[in-house]
Design a protein around this ligand. Structure first.
Ligand code: SF4
Length: 228
């Protein structure tokens, strides 16, 4: 039986899940870059980990091409670690911070060679160079289907625009989203909101007039204009 607290929370949960599903259905025909990118990296946990590292502060199509070049040259940590820093940098250019990322990729490959088990917990992933909380959560969700919500700029912005969260930090928004969504939906939040952010709810000039939520979203420019 649900506690009174959970019962109170329940309608908000249902509404959030329905909205998330509706957003996913709505953006699917627009083929957001994140869908193609995530599909292309799903081969192995290693490929997901390195692709996620490359994707930080980089557009998805650029990440996808850089990851393809890198994995064509070296598909496993054992082969990749034999590449020089200059080679890795050249292969992944022009991803953001490519020199630092190249250094971190080689350090990760050395760690993976030494460790018997692939890192599969938040703590183990956070111990790797260049892997922050957002990246670790994304790897957990994509590589291991562990319930986790990766809060990047799209998730942060849209969660606040929809009033699903009000926190001022990614960690605070992550906690609020975990409260709002049942665990089994956590892995879907990032992909759906990133895709939504790439196509409709953009950082600047969101396409509110074309948005499925234009009449209900608390940040809708359409509603604001009507009430002005
Ligand atoms: S109505 Fe505008 S601000 Fe609200 S979710 Fe849609 S695009 Fe974003």
């Amino acid at each position: 039986m649900r506690s009174s607290l959970t019962a109170k929370k329940f309608p908000a949960e249902i509404h959030a899940v329905r909205t998330l599903n509706a957003i996913k259905k709505f953006i699917m025909p627009m083929a957001p870059p994140v869908f193609a990118m995530e599909k292309s990296i799903r081969a192995t946990p290693f490929r997901i980990l390195i692709s996620v590292l490359l994707s930080s502060r980089t557009q998805d199509p650029v990440t996808e091409k850089a990851a393809a070049r890198l994995f064509e040259a070296a598909a496993t940590p054992e082969i990749m670690v034999r590449l020089s820093l200059a080679q890795v940098s050249r292969l992944i250019y022009p991803v953001g911070f490519y020199r630092t990322k190249a250094r971190n990729i080689l350090a990760i490959c050395r760690t993976l060679q030494q460790d018997a088990k692939f890192p599969s917990t938040l703590e183990e992933l956070l111990a790797l160079p260049g892997i922050g909380r957002k990246s670790a959560n994304l790897v957990l969700a994509l590589a291991f289907s562990h319930p986790a919500i990766a809060v990047d700029t799209h998730v942060f912005r849209i969660a606040r625009r929809l009033h699903w969260a009000g926190g001022r930090t990614a960690a605070a928004v992550e906690r609020e989203l975990m409260e709002r969504f049942p665990r089994r939906f956590w892995t879907q939040v990032n992909q759906t909101l990133v895709g939504f952010g790439q196509t409709i709810c953009r950082p600047v000039n969101p396409k509110c007039t074309e948005c499925l939520l234009k009449k209900t979203c608390p940040s809708s420019e359409v509603t604001k204009l009507r009430n002005a």
